[in-house]
Design a protein around this ligand. Sequence first.
Ligand code: PBG
Length: 333
Amino acid sequence: MTTSLPRPGRVRPRRLRSTTAMRRLTAETRLHPAELVLPLFVREGLTEARPIASMPGVLQHTRDSLKGAVSDAAAAGLGGVMLFAIPEVRDAVGSQATAPDGILNLAIADAVAEAGDALVVQADLCLDEFTDHGHCGVLTPAGAVDNDATLVRYAEMALAQAAAGAHLVGLSGMMDGQVGVVRDALDDAGHDQVAVLAYAAKYASAFYGPFRDAVESQLEGDRRTYQMDPANRREAAREVAIDIAEGADVVMVKPAMSYLDVLADVAAVSTVPVSAYQVSGEYAMIEAAAAHGWIERERAILESVLSIRRAGADHVLTYFATELAAWLAEEKS
Ligand code: PBG
C-alpha cells in the first residue's frame, strides 16, 4: 500500500521565493541611497580625525576631514548629511551653538560649500553638545530643564544655522513648542525655505550610549523629563500631531529598531515624510556582534535598514549610509 502524500493544493507561497529573479520581482521594499542620511561628527580643535571607541568605523572629524566625508556622501548619492559638533568650550547656555564662528555653524557652511547642491545639509538643533551640564536645554536655578527659556535659545540657534546655510534643522531636544517657535523665528528672518525636521517621538533610550562618547557628553543623570518613556506608544501619535500642527516638514521616530511599532503607527497617520534614526547603540550592537563573527555584518546591516524602511520610514539616518549606498550601487551593476 502506498502512503499518499499530503496535498497542499494550489496555494504555494514558496513559488514566489523560488529564484533570485522571482524574489527580486516580488520584493515589497527596496533600499535607495537617496533615502539614506549620514550623521557626521566634527570636533573643534582636532588636527586629525579621531576614532570613537564605542562606534568602530565612525570618526570625530576635523573641519577638513568632514568636507571629505560630505563629498563622499554626495558621491554615494545619499539624500543628506546630519551634522553634530563638539565645541572646545561649553557653558550653561551653550553659547557656542549660536556663535556665528561656533564649530557647528562653520561646519554647516563647509558642508554646503562642499556638496550643498547634491544633498540636503541638515544640522542638529539641540543644546546638549554645547552646555557644560550636558542637558538639551538651559536649567532653572533648581536644576530642572527650563522648557520655555530653552525655546528662546533654540530660536537663536535656528537663525545661526540658517545663516550658515543649513537646508534643514533637526530639532532633537524634545521641548514642548519647539517646532512652532523655530518655524516662526525662521520665517520672521526670511528663512522660510529652511525645513524643520521634528524629532517628534524621541525616546529616553539606553541606545544613545555610544553617541554620548562621540560628543563627549557631560550629562549626569538622564533625559527622562523631556524625552519619551519607552513604555509609550499612543503618546507618539500625540507628539507627531502636535509637531505637524506646529509646521514640521518631516517627523522622526528615534531610536528605530526597538520602536518599529511606533514607526509603523506614525507612518500610517503622518501627512509629512517620516524619518527614523538607527542610533549609535544599534550601530554598535551590529558592529560588535559582527566583529566577533556572531552575525554576518553586511547581511545584518542590510536587513536592519530594510526593516526600518518596511516599518514605514521614508528616510533612515544611519551611520552605515555611505557604505550601504556603495553596496546598493554594486547590486545594480
Ligand atoms: C541630542 C541627540 C542625541 C542623539 C541625537 N541627538 C543624544 C541624546 O538625546 O542623548 C543620539 C543619536 C545616536 O545615539 O546615534 N542632541
